[in-house]
Design a protein around this ligand. Structure first.
Ligand code: NI
Length: 171
């Protein structure tokens, strides 16, 4: 297992659309293992394959708080089949450091995907899980949570990144 490097905004690969996973083989299982390790090391709530440089429709999510028993979900080729309601949540992203902003999302979603055994399963998510599912599936289509913000907020963040670069801070 290995902790993978997480690509950071504005890396152009984060804007690309990911391809469906065609087969569940040892190399895919290895990637899942590494993504899980990367997720817990961060720590984060969710991680999508394009964030670690693989343009594949693959996501790992665990919304349980850090000190509680883990409840890992591995979603292969996830698709939202139904959604309802609205809610607003302050989101962050492992690929967008030092930014948390409110985003309006669906309160509840039902997602269809394959699991690691290749079976088709449905996952129903409310609140935080619903947000995480929508946020991670967005990554597979090259959409970041900053894309849901106003142009003004996005520009402010870009300016802040440039300033930090000039000052030699981490990027
Ligand atoms: Ni993210």
């Amino acid at each position: 297992m290995a902790v993978l490097e997480i690509l950071k905004y504005p890396n152009p690969n984060l804007k690309k659309k990911s391809q469906p996973v065609e087969k569940i083989d040892p190399s895919l299982r290895q990637l899942v293992q590494n993504m899980v390790e990367t997720l817990y090391a961060a720590p984060g709530v969710g991680l999508a394959a394009p964030q670690v440089g693989y343009l594949l429709r693959l996501v790992v999510i665990d919304v349980t708080p850090v000190n509680q028993p883990k409840n890992l979900m591995v979603l292969i080729n996830p698709e939202i089949v139904t959604s309802e309601g609205e809610c607003t949540w302050e989101e962050g992203c492992l690929s967008v450091p030092d930014l948390a902003e409110e985003v309006k999302r669906k309160k509840k979603v039902v997602v269809s995907c394959q699991n690691l055994e290749g079976e088709t399963v449905e996952i129903e998510g409310n609140d935080l899980l619903s947000i995480a599912l929508q946020h991670e599936i967005d990554h597979l289509d090259g959409i970041l949570f900053v894309d849901h913000l106003s142009q003004l907020k996005r520009d402010l963040y870009k300016r802040q990144l440039k300033k930090e670069k000039k000052e030699g801070k981490k990027l």
